[in-house]
Design a protein around this ligand. Structure first.
Ligand code: DON
Length: 565
């Protein structure tokens, strides 16, 4: 009697109502008995739920969702980008897969600087030189080899069908395609006709991606080799030659996804499992949760002045550490264990003043002695056996470098901008870095992606993650606290307004309804500067309820949707 149930949440239509902490009944997400996918696009969620129904496990479904998103959600879904997967099998086995892009072998520390040492405008964000060596296909193939149960071909096929037969644009997608038009024209040597529409895209228009269907067919038939060697690889390199990019056949052939040890720590009796470097996400999340654990958050209003102040001060300290200490551990000795030590969190908060904001100029990164040991997308999946997958994947900026590989129909990332392209120079998200995240040939650029899984008493409890650049970490942080401390359900926790601080600039960013005016005044009196901004993050998450049912949290800030049975 299993039935695929899909739902556009009421709050997708009534966004502002969902985004306001008023006395209305809190939004409840899709409930499912057995299995669920929550992703940024309804068609991708349905593809994943179908795979689960066909008997595939969560990893099988994740592979199918990743490829489907590359078609229907090109702003961030990708085969030309990279990402991270955290998984927990029903027997408790944990893993973390790093399929982050790498710098080309011919890249180097000063590749975005002119002869005077100044950053060449847009060089790391738009066009061929901005692209790192893509990791997504290798990531999916590697994950499938270890955990997959259905044949690979069966998982790639739904994406091929979507690309070849076409799919209908949602309103948000139509707007997004139109807004990127000029940059598509600027970045490409051969205009990507399938993404351009002279008279502008409208909701309901059908988009067909023939070249992408061909590329996916190579991947279906030859696995990762179908992307990293052979005809697709040749087309990528030909594109690089036309546009003065750097990715070579050697870069592609040598690319590997890497299994890492997940970051594991506890918070209020829960076991939190998250992503280690090359993402900063897991370490920063561990620091943040440990810094606030001794405070009675459950007794505080979710957006009280004392809570926004505490979180801001914790975030200020954590992002200062991020800028100095975090980078690809294959190249830099990140003091991982020291950073996530609970005693270090306590020491770091010793300068916290409950009444007064600290000046970011007075906060430096912590020091350790001894050996130093606006687009992404996230999806969360739980299958009927209780296996769980949390994947965040990205091209970096919306539509990445805007370069489409001619004849292969997919967008390349602009992930190189996530490196510290010059010490102290802010990336597209305002994040600064230095040595730990300097460009080196073959190195992975530091990420903020935070795919996370939570256990309680040895049982799966939550799968969570989000896009949002630098705000990813703080959005995951707040979503977890919303559920574990404030007792919210999954949809309510995801929809709840968010705020963010990242050390520099010294601003508390907040969504329009996140901080009521009297609390803004209180925060300003403490010395905080507030700045309103658009939506922060798009969290897609699943909560396992007391009765064993799954509740989806699909972010009303996007087209996100839960599908399950
Ligand atoms: O890896 C990172 O942290 C960034 N490239 C993520 C970019 C992102 O989330 C953009 N989304 N809104």
């Amino acid at each position: 009697m299993h039935r695929i149930a899909t739902l556009f949440f009421a709050c997708t239509l009534f966004f502002s109502a969902c985004n306001t902490p008023v006395e209305e009944a809190p939004p409840v997400g899709l409930l499912a008995d057995s299995a669920m996918v929550v992703s940024a696009h309804p068609l991708a969620s349905e593809v994943g739920a179908d795979i689960l129904k066909q008997g595939g496990n969560a990893v099988d479904a994740a592979v199918a969702v990743q490829f489907a998103l590359a078609v229907v959600y090109p702003v961030a879904g990708n085969i030309g980008g990279g990402g991270f997967m955290v998984s927990r099998m029903h027997d408790g086995e944990l893993s973390a897969l790093d399929f982050r892009e790498r710098a080309p072998f011919s890249g180097g520390r000063d590749m975005y600087l002119d002869s005077l040492g100044e950053v060449i405008p847009k060089s790391s964000t738009l066009g061929h030189l901005a692209a790192g060596v893509p990791g997504s296909v290798a990531g999916m193939y590697t994950a499938h080899q270890r955990y997959g149960t259905l044949p690979w071909e069966q998982l790639v096929q739904p994406a091929i069908d979507l690309a070849a037969n076409g799919f209908l644009l949602t309103e948000k997608e139509a707007r997004s395609y139109n807004s990127h038009r000029e940059r598509f024209l600027e970045a490409n040597t051969v205009a990507p006709a399938f993404l351009l529409n002279e008279s502008g895209w409208n909701p309901g228009d059908s988009v067909v991606m023939k070249d992408l269907a061909w590329t996916l067919t190579q991947v279906r038939d030859m696995g990762a080799e179908g992307f990293y060697t052979g005809e697709v690889a040749k087309k990528i390199v030909a594109e690089m030659v036309r546009g003065n990019g750097m990715i070579s056949l050697d870069d592609l052939a040598e690319y590997e996804a890497v299994w890492r040890d997940p970051v594991v720590f506890s918070y209020r009796g829960h076991r939190i499992i998250s992503m280690p470097p090359a993402s900063s996400g897991g370490i920063a999340l561990a620091q943040l949760l440990q810094m606030v654990e001794s405070y009675p958050l459950a007794d505080w209003e979710p957006h009280s002045a004392e809570k926004v102040h505490l979180f801001t001060e914790a975030e200020r300290r954590v992002y200062a550490d991020r800028s100095t200490h975090l980078g690809d551990t294959d190249f830099y000795p990140v003091p991982r264990e020291s950073l996530i030590d609970a005693a270090y969190a306590t020491q770091r908060m010793a300068s916290f003043d409950a009444e007064q904001a600290t000046d970011s100029e007075d906060i430096a990164s912590g020091e350790f002695s001894g050996p130093k040991s606006e687009e992404t997308t996230h999806f969360s999946i739980v299958d009927a056996q209780g296996n769980a997958v949390s994947i965040t994947t990205t091209l970096n900026g919306g539509m990445g470098s805007h370069v489409v590989v001619d004849g292969a129909g997919f967008l390349l990332n602009n992930e190189m901008d996530d490196f510290s392209i010059k010490p102290g120079y802010p990336n597209a998200y305002g994040l600064i870095g230095a040595e730990a995240n300097a460009i080196e040939p073959g190195k992975r650029m530091l990420s903020s992606m935070t795919p996370t899984i939570i256990e309680k008493d040895g049982q799966l409890k939550m799968v969570v993650g989000t896009p949002g650049g630098s705000t990813i970490i703080t959005s995951v942080f707040q979503t977890i606290v919303n559920v574990l401390d404030h007792g919210m359900g999954m949809q309510e926790a995801v929809a709840y307004p968010r705020f963010h601080h990242q050390w520099k600039p010294n601003l508390v960013y907040h969504e329009v309804d996140a901080i009521p005016s009297e609390i803004r005044n209180a925060l300003q009196n403490m010395g905080h500067t507030l700045q309103e901004r658009g939506g922060i993050g798009r969290v897609d998450a699943i909560l396992i309820l007391e009765d064993g049912k799954l509740e989806g949290g699909a972010d009303p800030r996007g087209d996100d949707m839960a599908a399950g049975y």
